[in-house]
Write a protein that binds this ligand. Structure first.
Ligand SMILES: O=C(O)CCC(=O)C(=O)O
Ligand SMILES: [Fe+2]
Length: 493
């Protein structure tokens, strides 16, 4: 099978209109070949491309995702590519950065030499890893891991140190990108007594179609964890770059589980962990939780194929996901995320991710099934039963959505009508790991960077064939040690 290639034009992200205005506009021309996508509408309209680009960026900032037509996106894309080329070729970025440029050269040298201590001291004294530095560092780590494997050497402590700086930089970069947050009231099942409530709770357990009818009460349930009392939905149109999710570059991303890493290349394993760690840090930041308290419980690639039926529970191929609540699937799931590896409208059609909420009392116009509403009258009976009294908030899967896992965030995936859709659902808990669990491990909590490197090797990067029992034990240890592996020694407790 040929993995779909993400073809979305890079989004403006940190390329701000201010940057556009610092360069000589006369030098920036839209050439159709620059984007490889042919002429843009700006050519046809006869406008100066840079002005059209700024205008379109303004429109996008005001109106949010989906505001721009494909032609407008292409105009922005083509102009931005020109600007980036121009800035890079004239060395302008380096000049503007002044002495920081020297620091960054030192930083890049230290990264390429895999000198973790030097990277740390440069960063402590003010050097910053840019997006291109973190890419450089990522590939330097991949090379180092592969070299050690080839030469049968232990992994040096510098490897996790450099990885921690990449993770720090990733979050810093993400915080400058677009995020759309909707706050919602935390919800949990209402434990009310009474025959009617009991009957509804039983229906909810027995019949997936009755999920929406479960009586709810305000507040978080969060068994055993320390979730914050703020529930929300956060959409990140540029949570990851196209390159980071590229299935040609990281082919095994399309079917990855931590349980089966024996034949997965180092770069894919590291990119997967990097993305999950970015999610973990974003959750800690968004919900004001200590990072050590947020641990992944599950993360895997999920493939949806149009026209197929899901075999077995969770994760099996299929073409939709029924309305559900993640915390109902597992009481330890407190925060959820879905990352998208393929693009709606290019790799597949349909397949919206949809938040599905009860209609507020008195807001009949939001009800999808309204008898006075002609659309409702055209609905099949099955859809009418499914949708009566509900308000749907679909979003076109872009790069990532992060939300609290409780009943305030019931959601579903609409049927994929054509193509293949790849997603990475991941679920995080705030349940603390009891200290006794580490005492039972062959190597308990890591104490030095070399110990941390050893855990990276044995729990993720060893490329070992293993039995199902071994892999279950390894993944359990990996998840329990996640924070110790992904955050510097100073943040261990
Ligand atoms: O693929 C998606 O968009 C959502 C998947 C999901 O909700 C889940 O796996 O729990
Ligand atoms: Fe879900």
């Amino acid at each position: 099978f040929v993995p779909p290639s993400p073809l979305v034009p890079p989004s403006p992200r940190s390329r701000t209109p201010e940057l556009c205005s610092t360069i000589d506009r006369s030098q920036v021309q839209t050439s159709p070949s620059a984007s490889g996508r042919g002429g843009s509408s700006s050519d046809q309209q006869g406008n100066a491309p840079i002005d059209v680009c700024i205008e379109n960026l303004g429109k996008r900032l005001k109106g949010g995702p989906g505001t721009l037509s494909r032609d407008e996106v292409e105009t922005v894309d083509a102009a931005l590519r020109q600007i980036i080329d121009h800035v890079e070729s004239s060395g302008m970025a380096e000049q503007n950065e002044g002495s920081k440029g020297d620091d960054n050269n030192d930083l890049r040298t230290a990264i390429l030499e895999m000198d973790g201590q030097r990277v740390s001291s440069l960063i402590e004294s003010g050097a910053e890893m840019s997006e291109s530095d973190s890419e450089l560092a990522f590939w330097a780590v991949v090379k180092e891991v592969d070299r050690c494997e080839e030469d049968d050497l232990p992994l040096p402590g510098d490897v996790p140190v450099v990885l921690h700086h990449i993770f720090d930089a990733d979050l810093r970069h993400l915080l400058t990108r677009e995020k759309q947050t909707t706050n919602v009231t935390c919800m949990q099942p209402d434990e009310a007594v009474g025959i009617e409530s009991k009957a509804k709770r039983l229906n909810y357990i027995m019949d997936d179609g009755c999920h929406k009818d479960l009586p709810l009460a305000e507040g978080r349930r969060c068994e055993g964890g320390e979730c914050c009392d703020k529930c929300s939905r956060n959409i990140f149109p540029t949570f990851a770059t196209d390159v980071e999710c590229n299935l040609e570059k990281f082919p095994e991303l399309s079917s990855l589980t931590f349980n089966n890493l024996g034949k997965v290349r180092t770069s894919t394993i590291l990119m997967f962990v990097r993305l999950i760690e970015r999610v973990r840090r974003t959750i800690a930041q968004e919900y004001g939780l200590p990072l050590s308290l947020v641990l992944p419980l599950q993360a895997y690639s999920r493939k949806y194929v149009a026209g197929t039926t899901q075999k077995g529970g969770g994760g099996g191929e299929g073409d939709f996901v029924i309305l559900h609540t993640d915390e109902a699937t597992h009481s330890g799931y407190h925060y959820s995320c879905v990352l998208y590896l393929s693009t709606q409208g290019e790799d597949f059609e349909g397949g919206n991710f949809v938040f599905n909420d009860p209609v507020d009392e008195g807001d009949k116009s939001a009800d999808i099934y309204d008898e006075d509403n002609s659309d409702g009258a055209d609905m099949s009976l099955a859809d009418a039963i499914r949708l009566v009294g509900r308000k749907l908030t679909p979003f076109h899967p872009t790069k990532g959505v992060i939300f609290s896992s409780g009943w305030e965030n019931m959601h579903e995936v609409e049927t994929i009508t054509s193509g293949t859709r790849y997603a990475v659902p991941c679920f995080f808990t705030t349940c603390p790991v009891p200290d006794a669990a580490y005492d039972q491990m062959v190597q308990g909590k890591p104490k030095t960077n070399e110990d941390v490197a050893d855990d990276w090797l044995h729990l993720l990067l060893a490329h070992r064939e293993e039995s199902p029992v071994e892999s279950v034990g390894r993944v359990k240890e990996l998840l329990m040690k996640w924070h110790y592996m992904c955050a510097p020694l100073t943040s261990h407790n």
